[in-house]
Design a protein around this ligand. Structure first.
Ligand SMILES: *[C@@H]1O[C@H](CO)[C@@H](O)[C@H](O)[C@H]1NC(C)=O
Ligand SMILES: *[C@@H]1O[C@H](CO)[C@@H](O)[C@H](O)[C@H]1NC(C)=O
Ligand SMILES: *[C@@H]1O[C@H](CO)[C@@H](O)[C@H](O)[C@H]1NC(C)=O
Ligand SMILES: *[C@@H]1O[C@H](CO)[C@@H](O)[C@H](O)[C@H]1NC(C)=O
Length: 539
């Protein structure tokens, strides 16, 4: 048996040889492979190596590195209803990636392979000019920091020119209110092609750097940091403590300002799933109010005169992911919350799933009267409830799924089922881009305002929005004067002509004259602790 010390040496040795191998690979990559191909290779080989090292060093660490959901995991939600939303939350799996990610990050950031020159400079291109301000519909999408692993979806692939807002998820919260990024490797450390290995100073890489560069090229896309989500706020209740005291809320708000200031975000999205009683509902409002106040105070310090001599300053955004289940939203002072927030992202999906006794529609517009069991929730009812509670319709963005929820061995919606299928990444959940599955036919229920696929040879029913359904929702958004469309989650979309994001944005930009919102993101972060964010752009 090796001693702990010799294990450490062994570990270092392996890491060094891994990086040397990668260095050689990179030269090759520059010739015959574009950037993501290169990154893919790099991640694949690192994953394999680190897997082995992890198993050797930490035999107790979860062996699963795939993003599969295990409904028997200790942190899996129990009972009905787990509505909404899982947010596709990898509630049983993300920790596995974390273990790996932390290990990978070390060789990449700290070991500079010898004899290697950076392949390009990390100096961002000249930013595009500000966009003309114009009110209009929003198009927002969540982008998960785990997307770069199994899904192999990288920040550079985000359809930035189609989005008014990107919600980068998820950050976690410590009990003293401090906000923390959750995956060092994905968030700040991974070096993409074009990132230098020999910069001087204190620089940030990973998604943070890529998103900053995307912002410079796509001035209408505001990037917000999304804090919370199912795992951190429901499984682990990490917002309960900081939200419960004035001191905790102040510390949390100050930390939100730090995240914006250091990483170059345009604002903060909060996904608390969910305040459990009206006391926590009021604490949530108080927390958002404190955030508003501290972000505004910080914005005051960034006042500058533009080329025409006009005084200008940023408006940092605040939004929330809002529940569609009445047992959750009735605990929130929605009218007051809406007054503090820039907008509300309604999680109008996950209406049905593995937690239900019968199969059902997961993102339907209406309640079915002929088959009520097939529609446990409906968007029409939720939207009306929010508006009745004092939320201006224009602040309400309609959440739409870029995935489907499956039920197997069923005769159709509203009927018993047995199993939920393997899913693309997690059990029971299929990416929109993989649907319909081979052998299945697509159907539309006018009564429920829902589409689904069904395979009559296997009895698999999958509830999801087809492109046509998404376009019907465009009409719904316009007719009800909602604020726009939001998606969970960007990696699930198609990239061809059938892309939901592309077509919905075109639909929202068309006919009724309102079009897509136009307002510039913010690029100057003079107080960032990172030299490359701080020095990238100034006014
Ligand atoms: C992980 O796998 C190794 C063998 O590959 C096994 O010895 C170890 O017990 C496993 N650990 C867990 C937590 O399952
Ligand atoms: C993966 O993890 C789950 C618990 O998180 C465990 O039940 C399952 O057996 C693991 N699978 C493998 C292949 O180790
Ligand atoms: C509200 O819910 C929280 C979290 O479950 C709990 O700690 C607190 O005691 C509850 N407060 C009231 C007044 O019920
Ligand atoms: C299943 O669907 C196919 C194609 O639509 C059809 O030809 C066949 O009759 C159906 N079978 C059953 C058992 O309904």
């Amino acid at each position: 048996m090796l001693s702990a010390r010799s294990l450490q040496w062994f570990y270092l040795l392996v890491l060094l040889s891994v990086t040397t191998v990668l260095a050689a690979e990179e030269t090759q990559a520059a010739n015959d492979c574009d950037w993501y191909c290169w990154v893919e290779k790099k991640i694949n080989s690192l994953e394999k190596q680190v897997d082995k090292i992890t198993k050797l060093l930490f035999p107790d660490v979860d062996n699963n590195t795939s993003t599969s959901i295990d409904d028997n995991a200790p942190n899996a939600p129990t009972g009905h209803p787990r509505y909404p939303s899982s947010f596709g939350a990898p509630y049983a799996s993300i920790t596995a990636n974390h273990g790996v990610a932390k290990l990978i990050s070390r060789p990449i950031v700290t070991v500079t392979p010898t004899g290697r020159t950076p392949i390009a400079t990390s100096t961002p291109s000249e930013p595009k000019p500000d966009v003309q301000a114009r009110a209009g519909y929003r198009s927002l999408a969540y982008f998960g920091n785990w997307d770069i692993y199994g899904r192999k979806y990288f920040p550079q692939q985000v359809p930035a020119e189609k989005l008014t807002h990107l919600l980068y998820s998820f950050a976690d919260i410590k009990s003293d209110g401090t906000v923390v990024l959750t995956d060092t490797y994905a968030d700040t450390d991974i070096h993409y092609q074009g990132d230098s290995w020999s910069d001087s100073g204190n620089n940030v890489y990973g998604a943070v750097n890529q998103l900053a560069m995307l912002k410079a090229r796509n001035r209408n896309m505001k990037v917000m940091l999304s804090i919370g989500g199912w795992t951190y706020t429901n499984t682990n209740k990490h917002l309960d403590t900081p939200a419960s005291t004035a001191q905790g809320r102040q510390a949390f708000a100050a930390s939100c300002v730090d995240m914006v200031k250091n990483y170059g975000f345009d604002g903060i999205d909060i996904d608390w799933e969910y305040p459990q009683n009206t006391t926590q509902g009021s604490q949530f409002l108080a927390m958002l109010t404190e955030m508003r106040s501290q972000l505004d105070d910080y914005a005051e310090t960034l006042v500058y005169a533009d080329a025409a001599g006009r005084k200008t300053k940023p408006h940092f955004l605040i939004s929330m992911a809002a529940p569609a289940g009445d047992t959750n939203y009735r605990l929130l002072p929605l009218g007051k919350i809406a007054a503090v927030l820039d907008f509300i992202n309604l999680m109008a999906y996950d209406y049905a799933g593995s937690w239900d006794k019968t199969s059902g529609h997961a993102s339907n517009l209406y309640a079915s009267t002929s088959n009520p069991l097939s529609t446990p929730f409906n968007t029409y009812g939720v939207v009306n409830a929010y508006i009745a509670a004092g939320v201006p319709s224009a602040k309400l963005n309609l959440g739409m799924p870029l995935y489907g929820r499956a039920f197997t061995k069923t005769r159709g919606p509203g009927l018993p089922y047995d199993g939920i299928g393997d899913g693309t990444w997690e059990k029971g959940v299929y990416d929109f881009k993989d649907l319909p599955l081979k052998g299945a036919k697509e159907y539309y229920s006018k009564e429920a305002g829902a589409t689904f696929s069904y395979d009559n040879s296997t009895g698999m029913f999958i509830s999801y929005d087809t492109l046509n359904m998404a376009l019907r929702k465009v009409d719904y958004i316009k007719q009800n004067k909602l604020g726009g469309a939001m998606w969970w989650e960007v990696s699930g979309d198609r990239t061809d002509k059938g892309s939901i994001i592309t077509n919905v944005v075109r639909g929202l930009g068309g006919s009724d004259g309102s079009g897509i919102e136009s307002s510039s993101n913010w690029l100057a972060y003079p107080d960032s602790q990172y030299d490359n964010i701080k020095n990238a752009y100034s006014h």
